[in-house]
Design a protein around this ligand. Sequence first.
Ligand SMILES: [Zn+2]
Length: 499
Amino acid sequence: MSTTVMKYEEALARFEPVLGIETHIELGTRSKMFCGCPTAFGAEPNTQVCPVCLGLPGSLPVTNKAAIEGIIKIGLALNCDIVEWCRFARKNYFYPDMPKNYQISQYDEPLCVDGHLDVEVDGTTFRIEIERVHMEEDTGKSLHVGGATGRIHGADHSLVDYNRAGIPLVEIVTKPITATGEKAPLVAKAYATELRELVRSLGVSEVRMEHGSMRCDVNVSLMPRGASEWGTRTETKNVNSLRSVERAVRSEIERQAAVLDAGGKIVQETRHFHEDSGTTTSGRSKEEAQDYRYFPEPDLVPMAPSREWVEELRASLPELPAARRRRVQGEWGLSDLELRDVVNAGALDLIEETVRAGTDPGAARKWWMNELSRRATEQNVELADLAITPQQVARIQAMVDAKELNDKLARKVFEGVLAGEGTPDEVVAARGLKVVSDDGALAAIIDQVIADNADVADKVRGGKVAAAGALVGAVMKASRGQADAGRARELILEKLGVS
Ligand SMILES: [Zn+2]
């Protein structure tokens, strides 16, 4: 099935996109939202369940205080008002991965309202207004077996895992995001990125999109330029990487523009994003909200966080990412562009920890942004997932500072550590990587190099000091990169009587 699309530039010349992003974040509490079951990721299916989260008759939920603390921190960090009183609601629907046949959520009484988050794209700040942040519980997971794509279509049978059912889930809903123009996909990505950083800084969730602990639903609609009424929106569900958020917005703009251009109508529906093609396909048409037959959850008391508690939580907030970036930029002396590169590479924490372990900021940034970024790209992993710690990077740089390693040898140490050969010191010992600066050992190599390159040596003796570079190169080669190049040069000039 092929989809007609309009070229992005043309689509943007004719239409103005309006976005909305709903983000689900699983909180990293030790127990579930309404029962004592553990929440660890990756356990054997259906081993972290109990009568409450399985919805067995007669079981009663109890609200997890740590989860409420977590959502209030998120709300405060997003500049929201924390309401004085609100309730949980039942959202009724049937789905195999939801054992109770309803989800405890919040409907018209969310806990946090009216916030905002500023994001920056290419030097322009966009204020994303937050409509609400509410508390709910996650569903279980269906696993469709036998199909080619892991989707239910074409599968032989399906399995359900209820370990995730009942894990505290925070939903963050933006107000419509307008006036982003051609930058819409980048603004969407920047928002998801900033939100992830913000929540991570609070320590309330791992916010790992690849584990599903942060998932974005992206709403996109188009209106003709100059129009005042918004178009019909589609909702692309469960987009699970930052890059996919950007691509999903872009592909929906291109698709919707083509539909509208051909005189068609956009259907209000949910859509699936496909990582491989970067496009979306139609899911189910959107249910109206009243289909869920929301009503106040009768088994739970209302939430009424005291103002004292809210202020205590506000006072406990850590330094938030935007403030931290400003501080670090000043301390490390970075330009806006350099800072942006560091942030986009996911290197801020890593560099900061390396600096904390004693490395000069410039050196720490150099290793993470060059050598290690390159290796992360080669291995197709995030920088933070490389098998090396900031402390190890600091140790390698300390050896460079002590002139025990040069840059070339240091790169070999990085290679060894990343290959699992041990700590930097172990790799240096096992591979014999120390710089040879001992004059005795160097002298033997230099004598051999001078003998092998008599013509070059004569030129140097004759006053062409620049030719000594070739001899230093030969010494480096003969020592397999381990000679101290500076010391080797001094010794060569000395021996040839031109120092
Ligand atoms: Zn349970």
